[in-house]
Write a protein that binds this ligand. Sequence first.
Ligand code: ADP
Length: 260
Amino acid sequence: DTRKKDFHEAPNELSTIRHVIAVVSGKGGVGKSLVTGLMAVAMSRKGKHTGILDADITGPSIPKMFGTKGEVRGNQAGAYPVRTADGIEVVSMNLLLENSTDPVVWRGPIISGVVKQFWHDFIWEDIDYLFVDMPPGTGDVPLTVMQSIKLDGIIIVTSPQELVSMIVEKAVKMAEGMKVPILGLVENMSYFECPDCGKRHEIFGHSHIEEIAKSYGLDVLARIPIEPQLAAKCDAGQIETVADTHMQDAVQKLLDREEK
Ligand code: ADP
């Protein structure tokens, strides 16, 4: 189906983006943005020039997590992402709102229009890996975004409270329709490790992520524990100071793929 391919919006003439990876979830609040942020931090620590396109227009949380503020600069050729302390390039609705706590209440078509602008009107200079924090869910809005941006792969974030197999099935179908490979699953809030005794507690019950992944022939890229310090660092805009992103193996797998 070549029609779908033609749908893809071209990036800015001055952009160089080598790999584009979308992070999707079944619904909001499972940690999709956190996983996007941690992936980007881990990738950047591998020496790759990394960007985050925050396509979660109605719930943009990337800038807060990184403590990035500041104006988006631009010229006739396009606008420039805002750089985090460690040099990750970020574009987010949050950086464009006059008042960052203003709610964004737009409908799907407007949202996908904005995402297209983030893709095309911004100059993504020399980016090795661009992570796209997708709008939550597997409905119309993420689908339209997927049609406009040419993706190299999708990462699915789930949590043990969800009907994971259903979400995975929907995401798999969406990815197949778009002919984009699924790079793997990330289970967030997998367990809690007691800081006193080190014992792992599976708060939301025993995880089935490995079985589900296996039944779809997918990889589990990471299992991230519930970590109050992690949430605290994100709230304080200090995600780049986390010692363990839990994503070292996951980003290594992406880099290994690149070599193949
Ligand atoms: P989503 O993007 O899926 O809506 P977020 O990444 O914004 O979800 O996460 C929702 C909230 O849960 C945030 O406040 C985040 O800091 C917190 N959170 C997510 N994952 C974890 C975790 N593993 N440990 C502690 N807090 C977490």
